[in-house]
Design a protein around this ligand. Structure first.
Ligand code: G4P
Length: 526
């Protein structure tokens, strides 16, 4: 057992993900209330970008500013240290969310009982599946009418491609919602609609006892008994290891707004959710209990102040103990760096910290030294991987609109790409630069920031592209042949890897068919 073992085992680092409006912000806030990190509801500002503001990017950035404070919310609960990593709700920032998922050990997915599985949930779950991240599902808004819970479970299994296991079960819903039976703790949890009030549980081991009818009416009691019987018959016993492997997702029901079912979720979460796990680096597996510090940058947040190009680089501590003012190696630069004011994020306050352990997130003030994926160590030559870029969905040529500022433009583009704002591809045929994003917003963000932070002006020109995919082959000749045949559509990404730019789904399908030796990848990591 390592000397930091105790610290590590009490940490739970996770993200809450959902389609916008399912209740992520509300749930986060209720969790913070339990942790005593805040004292009144409404204290957590949603970093949700309001729908009306999508064309006003200044407004968006202002709102996004809030998200620095809420990027990581840490609090103590029952001897555990909880680190919640916030993710932007707006789908144009999905790439941010994907990267945040590389820094968590588990995930809670919030689903709206009425809406079921939505687009954003599907996409985010794909990333969790890829990484085998354990997930817990929280079905929210039980105080409203929605889908039949069994149907919803089927939908989750089908759409999210994960097996589920209910650990609580609702007693009716909407106006008739009476509460949930907590299968995990064998307790009856009765509902009192109140936004601030934490409900009491009734120990209830045998739901076949007629005592049940003293709490809920006989029809609801009968229905609950039948439902639980069905659940026990249809779904496998809950098994922690299966959950930890990412093969089964326990499901809870509740109403975040009414603070209902949240404590049960949290209590089960701290019991079953994983503490920091070993991480595969390129060279070897890194165990969190190792004495030497290692960590990687998963997110860079640009400062709001355009006059100082300062950022905060978010580091996930993977092993050992991080200490303020100690020397650490910036592996990509091969140089030593010291950090005099690393910050931690306790609830909503940012404060300078002296130490951090595996599972923690620290913010390092940065002036352009870091890019996403950089590794810091006590001295070892180590590279963490697992920060894939996804094939963007929108593409535009970026052109210089001010010939006097070409240098500034190039520098600006390079740094913004290092920050992970978007992806850059250089067409090998005509040398033009193409920016790929997941949403229209990024183009506005880039243009604005190039002007205000770098004094450079860019203009966008349309390009009709369907997808950019990374290609490789074991057959060097076939690869060369493909590149020659598709020379007009070949580009290099920022790291110099071969990327094929397909202009339509049809063309891509044909290429996959015609060139069986070529592997087409839709994420940068393969
Ligand atoms: P998000 O972060 O996932 O986008 O969702 P958020 O928590 O902001 O919740 C979206 C809306 O759903 C909010 O209403 C919130 O109050 C509501 N909500 C959350 N949980 C529940 C619940 O358990 N039951 C019900 N009935 N509603 C819930 P809003 O009107 O959009 O915002 P607000 O003005 O209430 O803040």
């Amino acid at each position: 057992m390592g000397q930091y073992s105790e610290e590590i085992k009490r940490r739970r680092t996770f993200a809450i993900i959902s389609h916008p409006d399912a209740g992520k912000t509300t749930l986060t806030e209720k969790l913070l209330l339990f942790g005593g990190a805040i004292h009144v509801a409404g204290a957590v500002k949603s970093n949700k970008i309001k729908k009306t503001a999508t064309s006003d990017w200044m407004e968006i950035e202002k709102q996004r500013g809030i998200s620095v404070a809420t990027s990581v919310m840490a609090f103590d609960y029952n001897d555990h240290k909880i680190n919640i990593l916030d993710t932007p709700g707006h789908q144009d920032f999905a790439e941010d969310t994907f990267r945040t998922l590389t820094a968590v050990d588990s995930v809670i997915i919030v689903i709206d009982i009425a809406k079921g599985v939505e687009a954003q949930t599907r996409k985010l779950m794909e990333v969790c599946r890829m990484r085998k991240t354990p997930v817990i599902v929280f079905v929210n808004k039980m105080d409203r009418d929605g889908k039949d819970p069994f149907d919803l479970l089927d939908e989750i299994e089908e759409e999210l491609h994960i097996n589920v296991r209910p650990l609580s079960w609702p007693i009716d819903m909407g106006q008739r919602f009476k509460g949930v039976y907590n299968i995990y703790e064998q307790k009856l949890n009765l509902y009192t609609p109140s936004k601030q009030y934490v409900t009491e549980n009734v120990e209830f081991k045998d739901i076949n006892s007629p005592e049940l009818e003293t709490y809920i009416d006989s029809m609801q009691a009968e229905k609950l008994r039948q439902d639980i019987e069905l659940i026990e018959g249809v779904y496998p016993e809950f098994d922690i290891d299966t959950y930890l492997r990412g093969d089964i997702a326990p499901v809870f029901f509740g109403s975040a707004l009414n603070n209902f079912g949240v404590k049960e979720l949290l209590d089960c979460f701290i019991n079953i959710a994983p503490f920091p796990r070993p991480i595969q680096a390129e060279e070897r597996v890194v165990d969190p209990e190792e004495e030497n510090f290692t960590g990687f940058i998963f997110k860079i947040h640009a400062n709001m102040d355009p006059n100082h190009r300062s950022c905060i680089a978010f580091v996930k501590v993977c092993s050992g103990r991080f200490e303020r003012n100690a020397n650490y190696k910036h592996v990509r630069f091969g140089k030593q760096m010291r950090f005099s004011s690393p910050t931690a994020f306790m609830a909503q306050k940012k404060e300078v910290v002296d130490e951090a352990f595996a599972g923690d997130i620290i913010g390092l003030p940065d002036t352009g030294n870091f890019k996403i994926g950089d590794t810091l160590t006590s001295g070892e030559e180590l590279h963490f991987k697992g920060l894939p870029s996804f094939s963007p969905e929108m593409f535009k040529y970026i052109e210089n609109a001010d010939p006097m500022k070409a240098k500034q433009l190039n520098k600006g583009i390079e740094q913004l790409m290092d920050e992970g704002v978007a992806q850059l591809f250089t067409n090998q045929f005509n040398g033009r630069k193409i920016i790929g994003t997941v949403g229209q917003l990024q183009f506005e963000v880039i243009q604005y920031r190039l002007l205000h932070e770098y004094g450079a002006q860019c203009k966008w020109e349309p390009i009709s592209l369907y997808k950019a995919c990374w290609i490789e082959s074991d057959n060097a000749e076939a690869l060369e042949n493909f590149k020659k045949r598709k020379s007009q559509y070949m580009a290099l990404d920022k790291e110099g890897r071969d990327v094929y730019l397909a202009d339509s789904n049809y063309v891509l399908t044909m290429a996959q068919h015609d060139f069986p030796d070529i592997k087409f990848h839709f994420t940068s990591e393969f």
